[in-house]
Design a protein around this ligand. Structure first.
Ligand SMILES: [Zn+2]
Length: 106
């Protein structure tokens, strides 16, 4: 489970005069030593601030996938030259969620 949580730092959200950008300053750890800072478009600032919540939702939906029980794999029957064997394949119902989590966390 993700432990990412952002808190607003000094001057976060302050617009740059004459530009369509805002100052992003979010604290990314409980010790308040690490931050994401810089001027970005308002849309990027919103996305960064929403990232922890979005990530938590994606993790929850992947963990609660009813098709695979949250494992990411499904047990299937495989047939090869008329012989049936048990196998596994990636769950197609939560595969997109897991791919997004991989991009964000790994
Ligand atoms: Zn699944």
């Amino acid at each position: 489970m993700s432990e990412i949580e952002f808190k607003a730092g000094p001057f976060d959200g302050r617009p740059m005069p004459g530009e369509d950008v805002v100052y992003l300053n979010v604290i990314t750890d409980s010790n308040q030593l690490n931050r994401i800072t810089g001027y970005v478009t308002p849309a990027v600032a919103k996305l960064v601030k929403a990232a922890p919540s979005l990530l938590a939702l994606v993790e929850r939906y992947a963990r609660e996938c009813p098709s695979c029980g949250g494992t990411g794999t499904k047990h299937v029957k495989l047939f090869n030259e008329g012989i049936e064997t048990d196998g596994e394949r990636d769950c197609e119902d939560c595969g997109d969620l897991r791919a997004a989590l991989d991009k964000a966390l790994r």
